[in-house]
Design a protein around this ligand. Structure first.
Ligand SMILES: *Cc1c(COP(=O)(O)O)cnc(C)c1O
Length: 422
């Protein structure tokens, strides 16, 4: 029996309507920027497997560090115990984060990092005996699939059946430069109620909204307004973190800094799941007390897993290396050149770029998921490129280690696709 048939027997895949989706596509091997199927065909991973494998798959520097760690210590309880790899990871991360971030809380993935952030923000106010029960989030944001994260997310495809079970959230439009003032006014109206606990946002780029950009000046003004009104700001950098926007973190392009940051995805370079919620000293201090109950009683079994911490250390060393920093600049420049070539193409309605993240919208309506979009995906796969369009948006988040020839191959296939699907 084929692997796809065996898969279909017991496995239930994420984000899939199994009645209409075809069989799952078997991947046998992943290395560098390539995925291989069982017949030995290769595919360039142009989205870094959901923006995580930024240093290439099975990068030997990272796998060898994790292998060493595996022989030394696999897992310990992080409540009461600590270990060298977690501490070293925290020290490395502190060198990269915006200067107001001082404390790091572990969880297992992007959704849990948001869950922790929302609970941290709510308890911050609770511990200070302030009643604040309202959250603010951007329209079309995506923050994950657990209940708190889902509540602040604004994409109906994921939330529909659960909308009655949500935390109370007010959604505001994304500032785009032209509407900054109106969005600020909408936020200020909510802040004036004194009920706003926190504002949750994806800084600069909303990933699941098909790489929609937001205006750094507009967002900075929203953060400033929150701070004036005593509301906390939570930057979801699960997608944007670790170099993709051209700076280590998107928040570093803002003039006002978030109080809490959520990290995952490229944190461990695609080796192991781990989420982090980082915060300012002021937030930590609101939990630091003689009262046990003021503490943050949240904990995941795999907190600070030594293998994941080892992967994160190696990934951060690579991120700051001259080679990777130069490659990031080369990818950015290549995208910009490609953009100049195709932005006026009649099959293209819009293009956008932030760092190594590049997106173009086809000049026609295509549902987010479904057969039409699957046909575009298949077109790219048949030509050796793994791209995962969202509706009419084709986006790229290639690994930092991708070579010019590989990028050029991706661009060429996209240009052919514009003719076929335009
Ligand atoms: C992927 C993603 C999440 C959720 O992360 P998971 O690890 O899939 O739970 C949250 N926020 C953003 C911005 C993401 O891109």
């Amino acid at each position: 029996m084929s692997l796809s048939k065996r898969d279909a027997k017991h496995l239930w895949h994420p984000l899939t309507q199994h009645k209409v989706a075809g069989e799952a596509f078997p991947i046998a091997r992943a290395n560098g920027v390539y995925l291989w199927d069982e017949q030995g065909n290769s595919y360039i991973d142009a989205i870094s497997s959901w923006y995580i494998s930024m240093y290439g798959h099975c990068n030997p520097m990272i796998t060898s560090r994790v292998a060493e760690q595996m022989l030394r210590m696999d897992q310990i309880v992080f409540s009461g115990f600590t270990h060298e790899t977690a501490v070293e990871m925290s020290e490395k991360l502190m060198e990269l984060l915006p200067e107001n971030q001082q404390k790091i809380f572990f969880s297992d993935n992007g959704s849990t990092s948001i869950e922790v952030a929302v609970k941290m923000a709510l308890q911050y106010h609770f511990n200070r005996a302030e009643k604040r029960d309202l959250l603010i989030a951007f329209e079309n944001g995506f923050h994950g699939d657990t209940f708190g994260a889902m509540s602040v997310s604004g994409l109906d495809v994921y939330n529909g059946p659960f909308s009655d079970f949500s935390l109370e959230v007010i959604r505001i439009p994304v500032p785009n430069g032209a509407n900054n003032k109106q969005v600020l006014e909408l936020l200020e109206t909510q802040l004036a109620t004194g009920r706003v606990a926190a504002f949750v946002f994806e800084p600069l780029v909303q990933g699941a909204a098909a790489m929609q950009l937001n205006d750094p000046a507009g967002l900075s003004a929203l953060i400033e307004a929150c701070h004036k009104a005593g509301a906390l700001c939570i930057a979801d950098e699960v997608m944007t973190g670790f170099g993709k926007t051209g700076t280590h973190f998107a928040s570093q392009q803002l003039s006002h800094l978030p109080d809490i940051m959520c990290l995952s995805k490229a944190l461990t370079a695609g080796l192991l799941p781990m989420g982090l919620t980082t915060c300012s000293q002021e937030i930590y201090d609101a939990f630091y007390s003689d009262q046990l109950a003021d503490g943050f009683f949240h904990g995941h079994t795999y907190s600070a897993n030594p293998l994941a911490c080892a992967a994160a250390i190696a990934a951060m060393e690579l991120l700051v290396s001259e080679e990777i920093q130069q490659n990031i600049q080369k990818v950015i420049a290549s995208h910009t050149e490609f953009d100049q070539r195709i932005r006026e193409h009649e099959a293209v309605s819009q293009t956008r770029q932030c760092g190594v993240i590049y997106a173009l919208d086809l000049n026609k309506e295509i549902p987010r998921y479904g057969p039409e979009r699957d046909a575009v995906l298949k077109y790219f796969m048949d030509r050796g490129i793994y791209l995962r369009p969202l509706g009419n948006t084709i986006y790229l988040v290639p690994p930092f280690v991708i070579k010019k020839e590989e990028l050029d191959k991706i661009y060429a296939v996209i240009e052919e696709a514009l003719v076929v699907f335009g």
